[in-house]
Ligand binder design. Structure first.
Ligand SMILES: [Zn+2]
Length: 450
């Protein structure tokens, strides 16, 4: 049993409240009591205590779309002229980099991202892996790293035609094998699985059919959709259909499927996403960096599509993603009313939590309530203006900084306390990653020459 006392509890959930001088009791990974500090202290003498000292106590953040494998790209040099557009970035950076990754590279790039996530209070991550020369067993490598970190993650391998027929078969087999092993309980309660597809632009009809034939019942897909116009042009050339229609034709859409980006989709595709209850993951930092455009998340939300927030491999400081989403849509529409704080909470908190709960249905995520998962962060934020549940989103958007996360718990396990990581050796991860990244960069440079 663990008691967190003297906190300002931010409950989130459909009727978000701030409970002042609140305490909560954690047993077997779940929140079992919430009440005033004095009351819970009286009821549970001798219990292990974390004194929040007036900090905010909140549910951990959730990232709906990320790529652990991209960690070693930070600071990398792409030989030649700067890439002119997203297809060039794919070809010259990501499709060269992922080919040179070994299993140890995967392990350490994941550990880099996971320690970053703990430090930034992100407790659930939905990953999409690519490592064409280290496919079989790659998801076990990632799962072992997640397990060591103590976080919650959903893993998949991106199937694409880039590696030919053998690559397709290896990718399908890795997804199916890992889905079965998580279902068999081999990885415990904090690791989930889905079926990864790269994008329509790298998937033939035969490959799509093979994937939908192979996916186990009740499992959806995690796929990039309409990230750039090229995805649409390719789909029209291949099939005469637009991307979302083409994916729908193969049975890829549905209430367990995540469509990442959806920057370039038309109103008919938007309707299809809504009709099929497909999830959309929005990554504004990545979209800005790749200069691909802006997803019409307001249009999606109006139609009832559940849009969640991801980071596409950017830092796991999800509040930076919240802030970017908040700012981007205003400048895009030249209208300060667009995507307000409430819309950010809908995406980043409510929808992201519902999405995460698809994979971890045993107890609610993203909410402080009796019975919910004890995925909790302590945030050292002391407002200088009045703070209420109704203006809280704006306190986060304008007041929170990455370094304010003091303590991180996942399933009741303390992963960071007073900003010190408890499950991961950060110095060792940093040192080994720097060595491995140098090798990755060398092989990347050689493959660009050859
Ligand atoms: Zn992505």
């Amino acid at each position: 049993m663990l008691l967190i006392t003297n906190g300002k509890l931010v409950t989130w959930g459909p009727d978000a409240r701030i409970i002042y001088d609140g305490a909560l009791l954690i047993e077997r990974g779940r929140i079992t009591e919430i009440g005033p500090t004095s009351e819970l202290l009286g009821k549970h003498p001798g219990c292990e205590i974390i004194d929040a000292g007036g900090m905010l106590v909140m549910p951990g953040n959730i990232c709906a779309h990320t790529h652990f494998y991209g960690a070693f790209a930070r600071g990398i040099n792409i030989p030649g002229e700067p890439a002119r557009n997203f297809p060039e970035i794919l070809r010259r950076l990501w499709w060269q980099l992922d080919r040179v990754l070994t299993y140890e590279d995967l392990r350490y790039s994941a550990l880099v991202c996971l320690s970053d996530a703990i430090k930034h209070g992100t407790t659930t991550l939905i990953d999409h892996n690519a490592s064409p020369n280290a496919v079989s067993g790659s998801l076990d490598v990632l799962a072992a790293a997640v397990q060591q970190a103590g976080l919650r993650a959903v893993l998949c391998y991106e199937v694409s035609d880039r590696g030919g027929a053998n690559g397709v078969q290896a990718g399908i087999a890795e997804n199916v094998r890992f889905i079965r092993s998580t279902r068999a309980g081999e990885w415990g309660e904090r690791i989930g699985a889905t079926f990864g597809l790269h994008a329509s632009l790298s998937l033939s009809d035969d490959t799509l059919q093979a994937c939908t034939d192979a996916v186990p019942d009740g499992v959806g897909f995690h796929v990039h959709v309409g990230e750039h116009e090229f995805d649409q042009q390719d789909s029209l050339d291949k099939s005469g259909m637009r991307v979302v229609e083409r994916l729908h034709r193969f049975g890829v859409l549905g209430s367990s499927t995540i469509a990442a980006h959806c920057v370039h989709i038309d109103s008919n595709e938007l309707d299809l996403l809504a009709e099929t209850d497909t999830w959309v993951a929005h990554q504004p930092r990545s979209n800005m960096n790749n200069a691909v455009g802006v997803a019409d998340v307001e249009g999606l939300l109006r139609k009832g599509v559940s849009v969640a927030l991801g980071n596409d491999g950017f830092s796991n400081n999800m509040w930076a993603e919240w802030k970017t989403a908040y700012l981007l849509h205003k400048v895009w529409r030249r209208d300060p009313r667009r995507v307000d704080g409430t819309a950010i909470i809908d995406m980043a908190v409510l929808h992201s939590a519902s999405l995460a709960n698809q994979f971890f249905p045993d107890a609610p995520l993203g909410v402080l309530a009796v019975g919910s998962q004890a995925d909790i962060i302590l945030v050292d934020y002391h407002p200088t203006t009045p703070m209420t549940s109704s203006n809280l989103p704006w306190h986060i958007l304008f007041g929170f900084e990455a370094g304010m996360v003091d303590t991180t718990l996942c399933a009741g396990e303390v992963l960071m306390r007073n900003r010190k990581l408890l499950t991961l050796d950060e110095a060792e991860i940093t040192a080994r990653s720097r060595e491995l990244a140098a090798g990755v960069w060398q092989r990347f440079a050689n493959s660009n020459i050859g």
